[in-house]
Each structure stands twice: as C-alpha cells, then as structure tokens.
Design a protein around this ligand. Sequence first.
Ligand SMILES: Nc1ncnc2c1ncn2[C@@H]1O[C@H](COP(=O)(O)OP(=O)(O)OP(=O)(O)O)[C@@H](O)[C@H]1O
Length: 292
Amino acid sequence: MNTAIATDILDNNDTQSMPVKHSAQEAFDNLTETVGSPTVADPKMRASNVNVFYGEKQAIFDVSLDIGINEVVAMIGPSGCGKSTFLRCLNRMNDTIPSCRVTGDMTLDGENLYGADLDPVLLRARVGMVFQKPNPFAKSIYDNVAYGPRIHGLASNRAELDDIVVDSLKKASLFDEVKDRLDAPGTSLSGGQQQRLCIARSIAVNPEVILMDEPCSALDPIATARIEELIDELRQKYAIAIVTHSMQQAARVSQRTAYFHLGKLVEVNPTSDVFTNPQHELTENYITGRFG
Ligand SMILES: Nc1ncnc2c1ncn2[C@@H]1O[C@H](COP(=O)(O)OP(=O)(O)OP(=O)(O)O)[C@@H](O)[C@H]1O
C-alpha cells in the first residue's frame, strides 16, 4: 500500500486556508475532456460518455472511465460531485430510483450493461457492491454468506455450500474470528466484522468486480486498516472501484485515482501522480485542501 503518499497528504494539509484561485472556475467551465488516462489496456468495465439525470437535473456529465483487471480505482471529490451516482451506474443500482435516467455506453467484458437481454440481478452478482453502512441480513453468519449462492443455484448440495461459505469468509479475512459461531446472527458482530461479512457475501457469488461506496466511513481506524488490507488482497482477483472521502485511504489502496467535480470527471491518473503532481488545477486545489 502507498503509505508514504498517504503521509505526504497529511503533511500538505496546512494549506487548508488558502483561497481558491479564480481561474479554477474558468478551468472547470472550459473542461471538455478528462485530463489524464481514463482508459486502460485491459478494461474489465468500460464507461463511455455517461450522463446521469435525476428528473431534469443532470448529476453526471459525459464521464468516461475504465476499471481495469487487478486494479483499484479510487473515486474522490467534494460532496455531491456524483461519485456514488457514477458508481451505482456500474451495477445498475440506479435502476431502483424511478427519476434516474442514464445515457452513454457501459460494458462488462465488452457486454452492454444496459442491453435488453442483460438481467440486472445477475449483473449485480457479477458486479457486487459494499455499502457505507454494513448491512448484514437478519440471519446467521452462515446464512448471510450462503444466501446468494442459494438463490443463484451455485451449490448442488450442503457440502458444496459449506465450502463456498468457508472460502468466502476466508477471502474476507473473517473466518478465524467466526468459525466457532457460524450460527450466531450476523448483526452480533462488530461493525468492522459486519463489513467483512458483507464483503464475504459479495464474494460468495463469484463476482468479477467489487464496488465499494465509502466502505470504512462507519468504522474505527483499526477496522478500517483491516478492510484496506483486504482490498489490497482482493485486487489480486477482482477489479475494484471505491468511493472514498479519505484522500489518505485513496492513496493507500488504489492504483488510479479519479477526481470528480460537480458531475464532471476532471482528472484520472496513477494515484501517486494525482497526489504528488496533479495535472489539473481543480485536482490540486482539492488535494491541497483549498476546497471540498
Ligand atoms: N436519489 C436522488 N434523487 C435526486 N437527486 C439525487 C439523488 N441521489 C443523488 N442526487 C443528486 O445527485 C448529485 C450527486 O450526488 P451523489 O450522491 O452521487 O454525490 P457524491 O459525490 O457521492 O456525494 P457524497 O460524497 O456527499 O456522498 C447531488 O446533487 C445529489 O443531490
């Protein structure tokens, strides 16, 4: 993990009181194309020219961004800039909001996410999501993890289901802590354990991509560190996109960072570049604490 960069960001926060340069607004108004490298050679997911509307209000403007295999892409930016809205497009969670309309092209392994023949329920198994607040079902630890494999018919007998549950809990770094109480309610776990249970639940249905929307915002620093380590391990197998308010977290866990501002994707670059040598003035203002 990029701990050194994360520490640099902390050290740079003495610039918080500096005024926003007037030219920053001009730079935003003139922004017609994302600065940096929104595409990768081997995309798992590709979003091209995506616009999102809530009724008449446009929340995302012409955003293009790839999520590559074995990479973590961090999405950062001021509150309300559209990070969660964009993330939710990637597994069609926005379908559940009646006023929400999405245009543009989005693909998973080249397949159109919004194609008429694509079942959103199956899509959400392939593109799992972990939310801000851990949300285990009111079921046992075992049944929380077994739920997805059961409804998707991934196990033909109890022994296979047991294997999936144990394997998923191991991958989520939770097994050792719960192996003696798999029948206990998921809600009896600590917040950090509940979040790892939710990650195990996503993993259990063999996802290819994991989306995380501020997964550590309800957790203490120790539980956060466990999840961050886990994200680093999960990257070996999955493509991951994470929305975070913590620039230190983005620096620690991601390989590329995407900076959103008022619904536009301003800059995407390797994380080390974004935090040490941002290309766009708006990114620089944000990471040095001049606004946000
Ligand atoms: N369900 C909704 N209905 C109407 N407008 C919405 C809805 N969800 C989000 N918005 C609006 O879309 C814009 C982007 O919101 P979004 O939650 O995606 O931003 P965000 O960057 O994730 O914010 P935060 O960091 O505060 O979570 C905001 O103006 C918000 O008010």
